[in-house]
Structure formats: structure tokens, C-alpha cells
Design a protein around this ligand. Structure first.
Ligand SMILES: Cc1ncc(COP(=O)(O)O)c(C=O)c1O
Length: 416
């Protein structure tokens, strides 16, 4: 049993100051909403304070020492992210605000330049709105057709018709791990087949980069998007990985300062990668702090994090299944090994929002709603689900607290 008594686990928990603070009702904070946003370790918070207190200056332009320190730290953070996902070149990492902006960058830049009527964009039925709405709009603007890989009820992608769906497809855009069901896309199967059909592949890695080792070269993915705030980093910073040749051929997304090489009154030549895609003053502090988050995750070990989450998720599935005869419905793949650390559920006829509010009384934070996957919820016939999601600082004790809080909710709703 992994609990706070395990020395490594105890050290990790102690690294997150918020976890030591009781809730406003005096309960132990049981944070089970890391799929929405993770908590931040002290090292990340200190990186922000160090920058603002020690070397705050704008980057790239200043010749004085303070500006050089800020520039070095900012670019070093990019190199850390590149190493973290095993990019071949540091210039292949473009800073964005989050996963959503990274996907929009590809949609506006690559998509508008490359798609024509008669082409297709292939995504799936489990996508987050951030990996769906940009493609709906791109299809509308370009006359391309939007297609979907169907999903089984547990979120597993059904690949029987993949070759037909890939015919005429120029772009495949898929979530690595579903934020609602936890199902993991078989990218090792899909990416080679997409490439063989002549398509470019974008992976929405918002729920994978924080939780399991991701190697962009091993996957041979063309674009990959992730958010800092879900991987122990601050809000307001994320990144797009893109293969260098693709990024070089793409027009800029946003324009203005910093992304230029030379400007006359009439015309502009653009900066080299990665700065071609980073118009205006960047989010310097948060990029540097994301570098600190990457250091932190690397030190803990991504293999350890994945194994830990499988253990905790497996224990959670086992404990939650004891409530099934009382009306608890658990969604997603049956085995912890086949899913990320995300469990969606409903309890008898309690609305998911009421359930989340009741759990909150016991200090247990879970998300309730459509999880930004409204089409998936509609397909499944669920108005909403509650969702518990785990990360490196969660333990089996947190799972026990969740189950105890569910039992308290059952009492309130007189569920026998
Ligand atoms: C699978 C997936 N894609 C995209 C996003 C969007 O992330 P962000 O809001 O950080 O852009 C999320 C956030 O929950 C997600 O889970």
C-alpha cells in the first residue's frame, strides 16, 4: 500500500505546500482534480518568486546583465521542455498559453495553408472541445470534411474503419489520454497508418505529458500540444512541439514584435524558429517556472509517476466497485493499466454537481459536469459525471477518503 508512510511519497506530499493546509471546514485537503489543474510544488513557486525578485527584465532585446539572465533562463526552460519530450531540436518547442492555444496555432497556421475542399480532418468521438472546435471552424473555412474515429462505451477508439477514414485525410488530431474516460489512444497503431495515408498527426497531450513518459520522436508525432498548469507548472504557459520542417514551412500565427527579422513600412521578414511563432513579450516568468516543474517531474521520474498512478487508480477502481451494488456507475476502461489516472462516475440518481458539492464538505475535490466533452456526454447519454483524477501526490488514503465521502453522500440521499 502506497501511503504517506512511504518515504518517497511523504517527500512528494511535503513538496506541495497547499496539501498541508486544511480546507476552510478544517478537513484534510483531498485534491482529486489534477486533470483540470495540478497543484504546484514549492520549487515551482520559488522559481516564480526568484525571477520577479532577482532578475525580472524583458528578454531577447536587453543588452544589460539582468536581461541576459532572464533570456538565458527563458531559453533554458525551453531546452528543458525539449529534453522532457525528447524533441530533436530545441527550436521545435513553441511557447503558447496552453494546449488550446497550441492547437489553434496549428489550425490557423498549418491548417489554413494546407487544407482545401475535398480534404478531410480526422479526430475522434472522445475529444476535449479544445481539440474539436478549432477543427470544426477550420473545416468550415477551408471546405474540408471533419470525420470521427468512433469510440466504444469505455472510450476505446474503434479502428475497424481506420483505413477508410484516412482516405483523403490531411490531418489526424487525437487526444493521447481522454480527460473524461481516461482511455488511452493507440498512437503506436494510428500514427504509422496516418503517415502511410499521407496525413500529418497532432496529439493533444494535455492529459499524457504530465502523467506518463512521452517521446515525440519514438511516437513520430508531427505536432504535440500540452499545458504547463496540468504538469505542476503555472497557469498561462504551455507549448506546441512541431517537427522543424513543418514549422519552418508554416506561416506565422500571431504577428507583431519579436517574431520579425526585418520590418520596413511596406513589408516584413520573419524571425527564425521558434520565435517566428512567439509574437509580443512572452510569458517569461511562467516559462521559467515550467522549466522548474519539468526538473521536478524528471527528478521524481516519469516512469515512477505512471506506475504510481496505475497503482492508485487500480486501488480506486477496486474500492469504488464495492459501491456498484448501491448504484455507483464507473466509466472508462476496466483495467487501470489501460487508462490514465482519471475515473468518471455517477452515483445512483444523485446529480454529479450535488455529489461534488457533498464530497467537498469532506474536503474531497472532484470535478463535475461535461468536462469540456459535450458531444461525448451526449453520445453516452450522461447529463454530467463526477470525475476523480490522480497525480503523483495522491495516495490510497485519498481514495479511502473519496469512498468515505461517497458513503456520507449515500446517507444524505438515503441510498441503502
Ligand atoms: C484532453 C484535453 N485537451 C485539452 C485541454 C485544454 O487544456 P487548456 O485549458 O490548458 O488549454 C484539456 C484540459 O482539461 C484536456 O483535458
Amino acid at each position: 500500500m502506497i501511503a504517506a508512510a512511504d518515504p518517497k511519497q511523504a517527500r512528494i506530499i511535503a513538496d506541495f505546500p497547499i496539501l498541508a493546509k486544511p480546507t476552510s471546514r478544517g478537513k484534510r485537503l483531498v485534491y482529486l482534480d489534477s486533470a483540470a489543474s495540478s497543484q504546484k510544488p514549492r520549487a515551482v513557486i520559488e522559481a516564480l518568486v526568484d525571477y520577479y525578485e532577482g532578475y525580472n527584465a524583458n528578454i531577447h532585446r536587453g543588452v544589460y546583465e539582468l536581461a541576459a539572465r532572464a533570456t538565458d533562463a527563458f531559453e533554458e526552460a525551453r531546452a528543458k521542455v525539449a529534453r522532457f519530450v525528447n524533441a530533436a531540436h530545441t527550436q521545435e518547442i513553441i511557447w503558447t498559453r496552453n494546449t488550446t492555444e497550441a492547437i489553434n496555432l496549428v489550425s490557423f497556421s498549418w491548417g489554413l495553408a494546407n487544407l482545401r475542399p475535398g480534404d478531410a480532418i480526422l479526430t475522434s468521438q472522445v475529444e476535449h472541445h479544445s481539440n474539436l472546435v478549432p477543427w470544426q471552424l477550420l473545416a468550415e473555412k477551408t471546405g474540408a470534411e471533419l470525420r470521427f474515429i468512433p469510440a466504444a462505451d469505455d472510450g476505446t477508439l474503434l479502428l475497424d474503419d481506420l483505413d477508410t477514414l484516412l482516405r483523403g485525410t490531411k490531418l489526424v488530431a487525437l487526444a493521447h489520454v481522454s480527460n473524461t474516460l481516461g482511455s488511452i489512444a493507440p498512437l503506436d497503431v494510428i500514427i504509422p497508418r496516418a503517415h502511410a495515408a499521407g496525413a500529418v498527426v497532432l496529439v493533444d497531450a494535455a492529459q499524457s505529458v504530465p502523467h506518463l513518459p512521452v517521446d515525440v520522436q519514438a511516437l513520430d508525432v508531427d505536432f504535440l500540444a500540452a499545458s504547463g498548469h496540468k504538469m505542476c507548472g503555472p497557469t498561462g504557459i504551455g507549448f506546441l512541439y512541431g517537427k522543424r520542417a513543418l514549422l519552418e514551412a508554416m506561416p506565422p500565427f500571431l504577428t507583431g514584435g519579436d517574431m520579425i527579422k526585418r520590418v520596413t513600412y511596406e513589408t516584413t521578414s520573419f524571425n527564425e524558429l521558434p520565435w517566428k511563432f512567439e509574437a509580443g513579450t512572452s510569458n517569461i516568468a511562467d516559462a521559467i517556472a515550467l522549466g522548474a516543474a519539468v526538473d521536478y517531474l524528471t527528478e521524481v521520474g516519469m516512469d515512477w509517476i505512471r506506475e504510481h498512478e496505475v497503482r492508485v487508480t487500480s486501488y480506486a477502481l477496486e474500492r469504488l466497485r464495492t459501491l456498484e451494488q448501491r448504484g455507483l456507475a464507473i466509466y472508462g476502461p476496466a483495467k487501470a493499466e489501460d487508462r490514465g489516472g482519471v475515473i468518471s462516475f455517477n452515483f445512483a440518481d444523485i446529480h454529479a454537481h450535488d455529489l461534488a458539492s457533498l464530497l467537498d464538505l469532506d474536503g474531497v475535490c472532484v470535478r463535475a459536469g461535461h468536462h469540456c466533452t459535450m458531444p461525448l456526454m451526449e453520445k453516452m447519454g450522461w447529463p454530467a459525471t463526477a470525475r476523480a483524477s490522480f497525480y503523483l501526490y495522491n495516495t490510497e488514503e485519498d481514495v479511502d477518503a473519496l469512498v468515505a465521502a461517497l458513503e456520507n453522500a449515500a446517507k444524505v440521499f438515503r441510498i441503502a
